[in-house]
Design a protein around this ligand. Structure first.
Ligand code: SF4
Length: 385
């Protein structure tokens, strides 16, 4: 059975955070009902693009902030997916949630409807850091969201945290992690803050108003994160992602394995039959295009085998287990060493990668330099022309 990932994008947020470069738009003035109706229409239309027998193993409601919608709207979208797709009995159905948007009766309704995993955008427990990041919630609202989610029966709960914030010290990061661990999540994502173009942080940084921590401190914060989460029983299955046994995020794993997936909604990307495509980003234009033309695709490219191989390595090397060499060679009908021989030899000599147990993976040193190691495979001069 071919397990497949389905992603639904809800592109609205109460407020646009200063660091955010996702496709998210302030909620005020948006036609959310029109958007939900267009998304339900796209769910129906795009079902026909999947091979018969395709079974959805992961369904992910991401954003933006899906929890700015009414519970009934989210349930309507889930029911529409159920009606038009074959959903695995044990499908992981994730809801991204912002603690500033959760009312007490909201999560029980969603749990009853079939959502079984919640991913809470926490980022920090420190009031000053939350203010700096322009988050709309307090640490106390995180506590109450976790309590509400657990009471509603969510057995699989994830938290997103962010480190290397301007002005952050080892002490504040340690207390953030300690607060998170006190709430006993099943999964934690810890992202190193990066300054992205077209964000308010970018402008502040360029104007010298936002000073990022030294790289040496960033590395120490990351090393501490890995050590403490390992000590507390979390498996670092991807560079930034840590899970208790059996709680690795299925949606993310499908993505890192460069598997086919269907992304629906404004700005959502898909990878199907070797073709990458993306929808129009503007929610209003997306809704109009779906309603009038039955399609909102505004970008499409057929990846050639070399590009696809580069992507598989780029994504797969982020996983701790690395890239399964046998699967890779079967998928592309080519030997890994014949394609990347020189690069592999160089990185092995530098002790940045290992080739053990049928997997190509980063060493601990390679993990710290992941971006530049991965770049070696993307901009590779291959051994064979
Ligand atoms: S809540 Fe998330 S998606 Fe929305 S603006 Fe903030 S970081 Fe971006």
């Amino acid at each position: 059975m071919k397990l497949f990932g389905l992603y639904l994008h809800i592109p609205f947020c109460v407020h646009k955070c200063g660091y955010c470069d996702f496709n998210s738009h302030p909620l005020e003035g948006q036609d959310t009902a029109g958007y939900v109706s267009a998304l339900a229409r796209e769910i129906r239309i795009r079902a026909g693009s999947l091979d018969s027998g395709t079974t959805i193993g992961s369904l992910f409601f991401g954003g933006g902030t899906p929890t700015v919608l009414e519970a009934e709207q989210l349930i309507h979208l889930l029911d529409t997916c159920r009606k038009h797709y074959q959903i695995a009995a044990d499908c992981e159905i994730t809801l991204e949630a912002n603690p500033g948007t959760i009312q007490s009766d909201f999560l029980p309704k969603l749990k009853d409807a079939g959502f079984n995993r919640i991913s809470i955008g926490v980022q920090s427990f420190d009031a000053d850091e939350l203010k700096l990041l322009e988050r709309i919630h307090s640490a106390e609202e995180v506590d109450s969201t976790v309590r509400t989610a657990r009471d509603a029966g969510f057995g699989n709960l994830s938290m997103d945290l962010m480190f290397a914030l301007p002005g952050q010290s080892m002490h504040t990061w340690q207390s953030n992690l300690a607060r998170a661990l006190d709430l006993e999540p099943d999964h934690i994502s810890c992202y190193n803050l990066t300054i992205e173009p077209n964000t308010s942080f970018y402008n502040q940084h360029t104007a010298g108003k936002l000073v990022m921590p030294e790289e040496s401190l960033q590395l120490v914060l990351f090393q501490y994160t890995m050590a403490i989460l390992k000590e507390r029983g979390f498996n670092q299955y991807e560079i930034s992602n840590f899970a208790r046994h059996g709680c690795e995020c299925r949606h993310n794993r499908l993505y890192w394995l460069n598997s086919e997936h269907l992304g629906l909604g404004a700005g959502a990307s898909s990878y199907l039959n070797g073709v990458r495509s993306r929808n129009i980003k503007s929610p209003a234009k997306y809704a109009q295009a779906i309603t009038t033309q039955n399609s909102a695709t505004d970008f499409k490219e057929q990846l050639n085998p070399r590009e696809s191989m580069g992507e598989s390595l780029m994504l797969g090397l982020r996983l701790k287990e690395g890239v399964n060499i046998h699967s890779f060679e079967q998928r592309y009908d080519i030997g890994l060493t014949s394609m990347f021989g020189d690069t592999l030899t160089k990185l092995l000599e530098q002790k940045l990668i290992t080739l053990d147990g049928g997997h190509l993976a980063l060493t601990e040193q390679g993990l710290y330099l992941a971006d530049s190691v991965i770049l070696e495979f993307i901009s590779f001069p291959s051994t064979t022309p």
